[in-house]
Design a protein around this ligand. Structure first.
Ligand code: PLP
Length: 440
């Protein structure tokens, strides 16, 4: 191999070269096989090398791949928009297509602020978010993110948005019921709105299930219902960041569906194109679009690659595949099985403090002391070691590291393709067990 001039995540580290994939497996050029236990970055949700997607990709490429959204729409884009309107709850009928989750959350942020401007309330321009959160790496998205490790170098450049604590049932104060804890956490939003002044607040953004900054942390029932009430009471838009949880990942079409709550805006990415192409969306309610239409009529957002026919055709093929193979239902079933196998591991291995998740978005938190739940210092890098060992043994798992500095943040995420079988889950668990025991 000639010298590499590519900037890789860890400079100086040698990465194996990928050769091909099939279903839940990836193969490198040395012929080593990996179980894609996390769909890359919770992305490859229908498995690798699906023929229907490759065919849709080719068919669209033969016609036209790129046409700029200021000049044209296309059948692929319109069909995708209609499909998402069918999938999304309530009046979330309008899709703005972008190419990454960060662009989707930043577009949501801008549309929320613009909505209030169009209503003649321009001071409503703050976004409240949660400390334990990740909404993307670009400055606007990072401003809304609480992920400590990813923020800390850039803090002076970030918008100083108010942040509240997200629910973290495993680490809730002793003696409080889940029901009361749900309300206590949600009511923090009300306190924050009152402190800032509701006339300054455009929106609240949250991941229905906390991903990269917590490791599949599921909120207690009642939390999002109360959040919705507070948002309505104080005229604050609710943005559900479904970049990780959307498109069947958690066993429902969208993560927020578990609580029957309808947001005002929703963001999708990752599983929306299942890794076959960069594609993401900000989905917006009728009310927001009607307001902006009556006002300036122009949404001030968008990128060169927004709504290109090629990505739309690919994404549409992915959504049709999810429907045809009932992958949302499969995610619920197989997720329950995966979680039960993770719980068995937790009973056996003291290093595992908590296992959690919904559908095929599952998390495992490592602790120094299982009884006291004392976390390891981040410098111990236990989750990183497990990830490295698993990789060595042919299993890919995703980090949820450094989200909460010194409090926790030493977790992994298991999020295999929604097509995974029971036997494949057994194989995954077998390798994971070996990897954790090798670290312990
Ligand atoms: N929002 C959530 C909930 C995410 O998990 C991520 C990525 O992990 C993003 C936004 C950013 O997406 P992207 O990395 O595609 O920009």
């Amino acid at each position: 191999m000639t010298r590499s001039y590519v900037i890789k995540p860890e400079l100086g580290k040698t990465y194996p070269f990928i050769s091909r994939g099939k279903g839940i497996y990836l193969f490198d050029q040395e012929g080593k096989r990996y179980i894609d236990g996390c769909g890359g970055a919770v992305t490859a949700s229908i498995g690798h090398a699906v023929d229907e997607v490759a065919e849709a990709m080719y068919a669209q490429a033969k016609e036209v791949s790129f046409a700029y959204r200021s000049h044209f729409s296309s059948d692929a884009v319109e069909e995708l928009g209609a499909k998402l309107a069918e999938w999304a709850p309530g009046s979330l009928n309008w899709s703005f297509f972008v190419s990454s989750g960060s662009e989707a959350t930043e577009t949501a942020q801008k549309i929320a602020i613009q909505y209030w401007q169009e209503k003649g309330r321009p001071t409503k321009n703050r976004i409240i978010s949660r400390w334990m959160s990740y909404h993307g790496i670009t400055m606007g998205a990072l401003s809304m993110s609480g992920h400590v490790l990813r923020r800390k170098r850039f803090v002076p450049l970030l918008e100083d948005y108010p942040a509240i604590t997200g629910p973290y049932p495993y680490r809730r104060p002793e003696g409080i019921s889940l029901e009361d804890y749900a309300l206590q956490c949600a009511n923090e939003l009300e306190t924050a709105i009152k402190r800032v002044g509701s006339e300054q607040v455009a929106a609240f953004i949250a991941e229905p299930i906390i991903g990269a900054s917590g490791g599949a942390v599921v909120p207690p029932d009642g939390y999002f219902q109360r959040i919705r009430e507070i948002c309505d009471q104080y005229e604050v838009l609710f943005i559900a960041d479904e970049v990780m949880t959307g498109v069947g990942r958690t066993g429902k079409a969208f993560g927020i569906d578990h609580w029957g709550v309808v947001p005002d805006l929703m963001t999708l990415g990752k599983g929306m194109s299942a890794g076959y192409t960069p594609m993401a969306a900000t989905i917006v309610s009728d009310e927001i679009i009607e307001t902006i239409s009556k006002g300036s009529g122009l949404i001030m957002a968008g990128h060169t690659y927004s709504a290109n026919p090629q990505s739309a055709a690919v994404s549409l093929a992915v959504l049709k595949y999810v429907e045809k193979h009932q992958l949302i239902e499969k995610s619920a079933q197989q997720g329950a099985y995966l979680l039960s196998r993770m719980e068995q591991l937790a009973e056996e291995i003291p290093l595992i403090g908590d296992t959690r998740g919904l559908g095929l978005l599952c998390g495992m938190e490592f602790v120094k002391n299982k009884d006291t739940k004392e976390p390891f210092p981040l410098s111990a890098g236990v989750a990183s070691q497990v990830i490295a060992k698993a990789f060595e043994k042919g299993l890919l798992v995703y980090p949820a590291i450094g989200g909460l500095d010194g409090v926790a943040g030493d977790s992994i995420i298991l999020s295999p393709p929604l097509t995974i079988t029971t036997e494949e889950i057994d194989e995954l668990i077998h390798i994971l067990r070996d990897a954790i025991l090798a670290v312990q």
